[in-house]
Structures are given as C-alpha cells and as structure tokens.
Ligand binder design. Structure first.
Ligand code: ADP
Ligand code: ADP
Length: 228
C-alpha cells in the first residue's frame, strides 16, 4: 500500500478577483522505501505541493491519502497532529534554534509529542549518531558548519521515526561540496529504508533520487514527458 496516494489534486489561490491555479489535477504515489524527487522551476507549484504533502495546507479539490488516511479535508488541529507523526521536515534554511544545543534542537519535536525526557535524549542521541554527529551533541548551531547544521536538522526530522522524510531544497543554502555530502547522507538514509520525498529546482540534486517527476505550471510529468 502506498504511503502517499494523491489523486487528481488541485489547489487554487484567490487573488482579489483572479484565480491562480497553483496545482492542476496532480496524481502521485509514493511507496514505502521510495526516494522520489519532484523537480521544477520557480513558480511551478513546488512549495504549494510541498505544503500539501506536508499537511501544512489542504487542497481545493482531489484526494490525498497519507499512510492510509484521507487527509485532504481535515481541519488544522487534526492536520497538525498527523503532520507531527507522519512527516519529518528538512528545509533549505535549517531552522535550528540558536540558543539550543544540537541535542536540544533534535529533542524539540519529541517534546511536542510528549516523549519523556530520558527517552527523548536517547532518541535524539541516536538520531545524531545516525547522521554522523554523535560527537557534536552539545555544540550550538553557530559552532557547526552549514553541512553539520543541516545534518542536525535531518536528525531532528528523523528523531520521531516518521514514515516520510520531506526535504524542501535541502542543499539550497550549501556550497557544492557540502551539498554532495548532504545528498549522500539522504541517499544512505533511503538505503536504510527511509522513504524520502525531495523537492528541488536543481537537477544534480534530483538525480540522487531513484525516481524523478517534473512539475511545470502546476502539472506533474514523469521524466520523458508523459503526464501522470
Ligand atoms: P514554487 O515553489 O515552484 O516557486 P509556488 O507553489 O510557490 O511555486 O507557486 C505556484 C503558483 O502559485 C505561482 O504562480 C505563485 O505565484 C502562486 N502562489 C503561491 N502561493 C500563493 C498565495 N499564497 N497566494 C496567491 N498565489 C500564490
Ligand atoms: P526558504 O526556502 O526561504 O529558506 P524554508 O526552506 O525554511 O524557506 O521553508 C520553506 C517553506 O516551509 C516555507 O514556505 C514555510 O512556509 C515552510 N516552513 C518553514 N519552516 C517551517 C516549520 N518549522 N514548520 C512548518 N512550516 C515551515
């Protein structure tokens, strides 16, 4: 059974009198263990699709089954619960809290989930070990390189063991050598069974995935051109 099943999903924004068609009849499936890249230029609908997949926003029409549950019509509080359990987010701009250590940053989503302190620290330590930062747990973001900060963010995304890792331009703020290292880590996580959805405008980054779909003017195409 797919972890993600999106069927003829559309999203429109009202802008004064006009309607912006950000996503049009998008269909997409992601199976457990997949590594899917969604590639498209600026304005193609990537952020809108990322927000819908990540349960940060709901579509105007169509359906979205996430890990067996239809989520496209849910209200924000229910959506927030699902988002916290099902999706580990990685963003371009790391979004780490400057005053907290790496370990404390990784603990944050576990606090939100009500995991007791001892277990939280253990899970956070394990997640940091997994991304190769087991010896940097007490460093604050400013004491870490950009690549290390993104690894902390990846550890934070993994800490609650969500079924899906959703990475939005994860290398967008990194130099090319560091980008390669972060993509190697993401690929290694996929090899260890993590399901990954990656959103990017960068073909070199997308090519690390096992499957690429292209988004253009709010429509999805498989590489090669056929509409999906
Ligand atoms: P991308 O992330 O690929 O740059 P977006 O999903 O941000 O694309 O945008 C897709 C289209 O939807 C664009 O035409 C954009 O201007 C429009 N759009 C995005 N967000 C909003 C919004 N909140 N209100 C109105 N139009 C929006
Ligand atoms: P940028 O691409 O400007 O660096 P990010 O990659 O940090 O921005 O974020 C991309 C999108 O994800 C933003 O449009 C924002 O709405 C959303 N976002 C960022 N951080 C969070 C968060 N902690 N929780 C929910 N949504 C977020």
């Amino acid at each position: 059974e797919p972890l993600i099943r999106i069927d003829r999903l559309s999203k429109q924004y009202r802008m004064g009198g006009a309607t912006v068609h950000a996503l049009t009849e998008v269909s997409l499936q992601v199976l457990p263990g997949d590594f899917l890249a969604i590639i498209g230029p600026s304005g193609s609908g990537k952020s809108t699709l990322m927000h819908v997949i990540g349960c940060l926003d709901t579509p105007t029409s169509g359906s979205y089954w996430l890990d067996g549950e239809e989520v496209s019509r849910l209200k924000e509080n229910r959506l927030a619960t699902i988002r916290n359990r099902k999706i580990g987010f990685v963003f371009q701009s790391f979004n780490l809290l400057a005053k907290l250590s790496a370990l404390e940053n990784v603990e944050l989503p576990l606090i939100y989930r009500g995991v007791p302190a001892r277990q939280r620290k253990q899970l956070a330590q394990e997640a940091l070990d997994k991304v190769g930062l087991g010896d940097r747990v007490h460093h604050r973001p400013v004491e870490l390189s950009g690549g290390q900060q993104q690894r902390v963010a990846i550890a934070r995304a993994l800490a609650g063991n969500p079924p899906i890792l959703l990475a939005d331009e994860p290398t967008g703020a990194l130099d090319s050598k560091t980008s390669v290292e972060v993509m190697e880590l993401i690929r290694a996580l996929n090899n260890h069974g993590h399901t990954i959805v990656l959103i990017t405008h960068d073909l070199d980054v997308a090519e690390q995935a096992s499957r690429i779909v292209r988004i253009q003017d709010g429509r999805l195409f498989v590489e090669g051109g056929a509409s999906v």
